[in-house]
Design a protein around this ligand. Structure first.
Ligand SMILES: Cc1ncc(COP(=O)(O)O)c(C=O)c1O
Length: 361
């Protein structure tokens, strides 16, 4: 095997090595079929087993109650930005959103195509560096929408907002899904692109409370309706079989290492290591997120100048630490510490940060 780097990419991102090794080992002959999993029918019993196991593992690890359906869809979380209003908007009832970064801004743009959107809270005033406190959604809305973790700005909701009991809370959980334990019952809908903590790009998980599935108007296209996919066990059309297969291997691995409680514990340790390094740098590294809104998945920070940031990105890459450049829209640096980034890899980053500071005072 060639040398593997320490991968801090924001997504697609690092995947657990045991899952990749298993995929490699059975790549050419899957389950005795004499074919790769890439080559078999989505209606074959061999694939269907993988498909069902992936869903069951997700349900078990996340504790998804039986009155919630799980679908494996395509089109990325970006497609859900419009599928959410298409499936949930009620005639004459506004949609409510909190804007906490670039991703929730994009979600709002799509929802506005389908009706009135009310922005209940925003942190745009301070460059999306915090999650507004005590956010409360109003009665009478079609639904309330939040983005639990803003991948680009590195802020994560430290609490869940107040939502009236008859208003479903919808959450874009793309970048912290399966990175920590959550109470699914707090949400009406959860959606997440797989390519951070679940698997490769190409598949998006949507979890919907059963009673919400019948809201969609009759005249919306079949493929856009969640109920099409939940009724057909995500096999209405050809699903992203390979992405679901890899996701299943990743979920197997999550279970093997102790489930989401263990995953979250390690993630919190990793994040603490890097935030401590920032806080102890005497202002050399400047964290973007306010301490109470810090993401445990995407740590965003800046240096004194763009030149120094470029130097940091270049030299860290040479040292085998990949993907630390910030998103092109905001600049700076970002360490994405998804599940497959190890504690050991995180320690290497912290060592590098200390050395870089010493060498470039
Ligand atoms: C929080 C969040 N929402 C939505 C998206 C868009 O996902 P996709 O590229 O799968 O459409 C991303 C992508 O990184 C994201 O981080």
């Amino acid at each position: 095997m060639g040398k593997r780097v320490i991968n801090f990419n924001p997504g697609p991102a690092a995947l657990p090595l045991p899952a990749l090794e298993k995929a490699r080992d059975e790549f050419l002959d899957f389950a005795g079929t004499g074919m790769s999993v890439l080559e078999i029918s989505h209606r074959s019993k061999e694939y269907e087993k993988v498909h069902n196991e992936a869903t069951e593992l997700l349900r078990e690890l996340l504790g998804v109650p039986t009155d919630y359906k799980i679908a494996w869809l395509q089109g990325g979380a970006s497609t859900q930005f419009y599928q959410v209003p298409v499936n949930l908007v009620l005639p004459g009832k506004r949609m409510e959103y909190a804007i906490t970064g670039a991703w929730s801004e994009k979600a709002v743009k799509e929802a506005a195509l389908y009706g009135e959107v009310k922005i209940v809270a925003t942190s745009a005033d301070q460059k999306f560096s915090y999650i507004p406190a005590k956010v409360k959604f109003g009665a009478g809305a079609s639904y309330a929408h939040i983005t639990s973790n803003e991948t680009i700005h590195g802020v994560e909701w430290p609490y869940w907002p107040e939502v009236p009991s008859d208003v479903p809370l919808v959450c874009d959980m793309s970048s912290d899904f399966m990175g920590r334990a959550i109470d699914v019952k707090k949400f009406g809908v959860i959606y997440a692109g797989a390519q951070k903590n679940v698997g490769p790009a190409g598949v998006t998980v949507v979890i919907v409370r059963e009673d919400l599935l019948t809201r969609a108007a009759k005249n919306i296209p079949t493929m856009s309706k969640w109920i099409t996919h939940t009724t057909e066990n995500s096999l209405y059309n050809t699903p992203a079989t390979f992405a679901i297969y890899i996701s299943k291997l990743v979920l197997d691995y999550d279970k093997q290492i102790g489930g989401l409680a263990a995953v979250e514990k390690t993630n919190r340790e990793k994040a603490k290591l890097v935030y401590d390094a920032i806080d102890k740098s005497k202002g050399y590294y400047k964290g973007h997120a306010k301490p109470d809104s810090r993401s445990i998945m995407n740590i965003t920070f800046r240096l004194a100048s763009e030149e120094l940031e470029t130097k940091f990105a270049d030299e860290s890459k040479k040292a085998g630490l990949i993907g630390l450049k910030g998103h092109r829209s905001v600049g700076g640096l970002r360490a994405s510490l998804y599940n497959a980034v190890t504690l050991e890899g995180t320690r290497k980053l912290v060592e590098f940060m200390k050395e870089f500071q010493e060498k470039n005072p």
